[in-house]
Structures are given as C-alpha cells and as structure tokens.
Design a protein around this ligand. Sequence first.
Ligand SMILES: *Cc1c(COP(=O)(O)O)cnc(C)c1O
Length: 485
Amino acid sequence: MKEHLTGSGRTKFTLEEKDMPTSWYNILADLPFQMAPPLNPKTMEPVTPEELASIFPTAVIEQEVSKQPAIDIPGEVLDIYRLWRPTPLVRARRLEQALGTPAKVYFKYEGTSPVGSHKPNTAVAQAYYNKKEGVRRLSTETGAGQWGSALSMACAFFGLECIVYMVKASYHQKPYRRSLMQTFGAHVIPSPSNSTASGRAILAKDPESPGSLGIAISEAVEDTNKHPGTRYSLGSVLNHVLMHQTIIGLEARRQMELAGDTPDTIVACAGGGSNFGGLVFPFLEPVLKRAKNAKESVPEGLHSSPNIIAVEPEACPTLTKGLYTYDYGDCAGKVPALKMHTLGHDFVPPGFHAGGLRYHGMSPIISALLHEGFISARAVKQLAVFEAAELFARTEGILPAPESAHAIRTAIDLAIESKESGKGQVILFGLSGHGYFDMTAYEEYRNGLLKDIIYPQSEIDKTLSTLVKKERFDCCRPLSPGKEG
Ligand SMILES: *Cc1c(COP(=O)(O)O)cnc(C)c1O
C-alpha cells in the first residue's frame, strides 16, 4: 500500500495490485428483511431459474439469488480488472479549499477504466461467465452508450459477438460513443428499430419515437430469444450486477482506512443503482449485520450510520417520486416484473443530459433499502449539477460525467452545510465516470441552452395510475410476507 505525499498532506490513497479484493460482497447474505421475488410477466408467479436460462448464463442466475456472503472473482476477470484497478481514492483538498468548508471530502474515481466509467466491472464478469458456458453472442441495450461501450470491450476481450440496441436519440446525439462500440467490434442498431416486433410496434405508433431504455431492453431480449447461441446482458438494476460493482466499495473501505478516516456520509448517483450499490454496500455491511442480529428491536438511530444518500435528477425522480410496487423492467413486458421504485414502464424521460440516469425503474435491493430506512434519496436540478461539475473540473482537474456530477452537487451541498454549522464531517462520494464524451452537454450549459427540467407531478400521477390499474400487482399479490400489511 502506497501513500502519495504532497506539500499539503496526503491526497491520493492507492492500493497495490496485490491488495485488490479477490471476492465480491453479496449483500443478500445480510439483508435483515425479505426481498419480494421477480415475477414471470405473463403468469405473475415467481420466476423459476429455468425460465431465466434462455436469457442468462447459469452462473449469473445463481448469483442473482445466492445468499453466500462472498463470491470469488474468477482469475481471468481479476487479470482484466488489473488493467485499471485498483482505482484511486482521492481527497478533494482543492475543492474543500474553494468551498472553505471544515468538511473532508473524498471521492472514489471509476473514470480510470478504459471506457471511462464503473461499467466494465460487471461487463467483464458477465462476458466471462457467458463465454465459459459456450455462449457466442451477447445482446444488450444502451442509453448514453456507456454500458454499450463497456460490454463491447468485454466481448472483444473474450471473443464474443456483441449486438447493442442504442436509444435512437443518443445514437444520433452521441456519435463518438457509437463509434467507440464499433471500434471494439460491436454491431450497433438505433432503437426503436425494424429488426424486432417490439421495435416495429413502437414505430407503427410513432415513426419519430426517440426511443427509451425500456424499449431498447424489449428489443435486446427479443433478439436474444430469436438467435441461438445468444444471451442477454444488463448493465444495472439486477442483484448480480450490483454485486460485481462492490469491488468499488471494498477497495474504498480499505482506502478510507489508509486515509485514517471513517465516512459520516456517503453519496452516489443512482440510475439503475449499480455504482451506488457498488460503493455503499460494503459500508452498509456492519449496519445490516447489527440490524439482523437485533431482529425485531432495531435500536433508534442504528439505520442512520453512516448517512447514505442516493442522488437522482429532478427530471427522472424514480426514488423520490416513484411508486414502490411491481413493474416490468422493459416497455413490452418481456422481462420479469420486479418490485422496485418506478415511474412506470412506458415512461419516456424528458431530454436532459445525464443519459445514464434516465431509467424508469431502480434496483430492487436499493428500493427495499430505501423503503426500510437504511438509505435516503435526493433529487437535484440539472443547472445546479453542471455548476457543480464545472467547479469540480476547475478545482480537481477532472471533467466529470454528468451522471457523476449529481453526486458532486450533493457532496458540495453537504460541505456547504458543514461550513454553515461549523461542524466538520467526512464525506465520501462516488465519481462514477469522466465526461469527455459529453462535451456537447458542457457546451450547451456554457451557452445557456440547458434548462431545469422537473418532471411534472401530473405526468407522474398519470403514468402511475395506469400502472396500478393495468397491473394491480400489489392488490392481487401482496408479497414480502408480513412487511407490506
Ligand atoms: C451508467 C452510468 C451511471 C448510472 O448507472 P448506475 O447503474 O445507476 O450506476 C452513472 N454514472 C456513470 C458514469 C454511468 O456510466
């Protein structure tokens, strides 16, 4: 373990390769409550592992439901992780100084991966398990292109074909992300497309549809079912994805020890929840274990140490305004229904610049942790996010992904609160990626072309009422026995 010294004190806390964690943390082993099972979208009965076998490899299905606390990271995956891991933990001293705060602000930086985000942590693992089980081709969807680039790279490493349904609006607005995927050898199709029945159905209704993640997922799953030797891969939301991302928090826990500090508050942005879960789950481990041992009588205040905050855009307020209920993960109802915070599966988000935070649903584990009071959530406005991103770039020299800048905004707000109250605190936030492919957004911000978009409550009510009427999941099948009353 190395500590890099600078004139003003230690800034960067780097682990040696040999100190990199060799297993992922499985939070399912420690949850002090029951998770509601995924349901078959047709029968509304809990899905069986056999039903999932047509879209996922066996190893991934096992991980999705495993209660084993630690799962070994395969050697071949570790070898690839070592191309960029362990990633740095940095004390943002220059940002602290600019804010004049007594708070200590740390960030864990995942933008040092080859594609510039945390996403390869699971892409590499998923490509590995598929390859091992004889799969030849992986099908997926991508919004802004970050997940698509991560999976394209992983498929190139393992010699798999990769097909990516890219939300049409992004396909045209982000030509360089598309080009990166194609450089890795992937086949990229703008969604909705004519290649699938779900794509054609959307185009028949609206030939100009800009697409959505929900639509692209339906297309990718349909493609999987139609082509032999193909499996589907998802970049967020599901339990196994969040588990693969825990390498972030496991490293950060050791690095915080090196720094000699314990975080009072941990902040990360949440789209489907994978970078958030990856960073915070290892820090929640002791809290959950205590709660589990305490059984019925959970002492007051136990839930709130450390204070853990998920941040989302006001334009896609899944955790702060969505309903906690069963909903489909995609638009056409082809993938299992999950109990989660949702804005409705036909939600098409307004155009704002954080492509990775535009999904209608949320990880079921994170939804349940919020419901049970172990974490909290905040929504922030777009202009304030870019203002924070710019300050961060000017003080720390890293141009953040607009998604990650949601976490920066909140970390800055907390540091300012510290200044006002005069109480120092240790803040850790997740910097999930860099924003060097998002220069158009930065340019629009500087030219005053960006607006604050707040998804109107009336729209939310409308979508949610159709969701409840159409599906009535909660009314006909109360799950999570004893919890929902
Ligand atoms: C995809 C992405 C996100 C959002 O996805 P999560 O699964 O919620 O982490 C956030 N930041 C970056 C940089 C991303 O690429």
